[in-house]
Write a protein of this length. Structure first.
Length: 227
């Protein structure tokens, strides 16, 4: 996720929908698209560096020759598009709970970012809640790239808090193959979350930062499921 840069133009609302988790809005500000959830800014298309780092850092740390990745949150599509451009991934699964966001990619303006990825035979888009998928899916992945909130300390909806709890982190480990990599996007560093990762049994806990124009840097928290 990326915070908006300063713009003088007022945003134009392109679509507004109410679903099981509240209101989801797609806006355009000049040439930048923004996703707003329940009045909270989620992400925009102004700068995808940290979303690409999310994927790159996970791929660089997985030992699998042909790894499978689960991307939590479709968003504006930067992570999916970047993963699709990397031939090493053997399977790319995206869990997105908002039907509106999926539609904005399949038939709407965000398709300009993800059209090639959506036609990639390695890619599957699941209309499902990430938390549910982690707890009920039978398959395992070599990497989990999670970007559904503004970070572990700043969730978009209250029900996402469970993802960063001991139970949620245990579900992440259950979905990861031995040696698999967990990568979690955050709008700010979280020492508390890194400590939680260690308590949950993850190893090699660390973070990588992406400087932003204003404020604290974006962060990707990384951890490995033990072999």
């Amino acid at each position: 996720m990326t915070f908006p840069t300063a713009n003088v133009a007022a945003p134009l609302t392109l679509d507004r929908r109410t679903g099981p988790h509240g209101e989801v809005v797609l806006r355009r500000r000049d040439e930048t698209y923004e996703i707003i959830v329940n009045g909270c800014f989620l992400m925009d298309t102004s700068d995808g560096r940290s979303e690409r780092l999310l994927v790159d850092a996970a791929l660089a740390r997985t030992a699998a020759a042909a790894p499978a990745v689960l991307i939590g949150g479709l968003g504006v599509g930067f992570s999916l598009a970047h993963a699709s451009g990397q031939p090493r991934w053997s399977r790319i699964v995206v869990a997105e709970r908002e039907d509106a966001i999926i539609g904005w990619h399949r038939t709407g303006p965000l398709g300009a970012i993800t059209a090639a990825a959506l036609s990639d035979p390695r890619v599957s888009i699941l209309h499902t809640d990430l938390n549910d998928h982690l707890r009920t899916a039978g398959e395992r992945y070599d990497a989990l790239c999670l970007d559904i909130d503004n970070g572990p300390d700043w969730t978009v909806t209250d029900d996402n808090i469970g993802l960063y709890s001991p139970g949620g982190l245990a579900a992440c480990r259950a979905r990861l193959a031995p040696g698999g990599v967990l990568a979690v996007w955050s709008a700010q560093p979280s020492a508390a979350f890194e400590e939680a990762l260690g308590r949950a049994g993850f190893e090699e806990v660390r973070s990588e930062e992406v400087p932003v124009a204003r404020g604290v840097p974006d962060v990707v928290h990384l951890a490995r499921n033990p072999f």
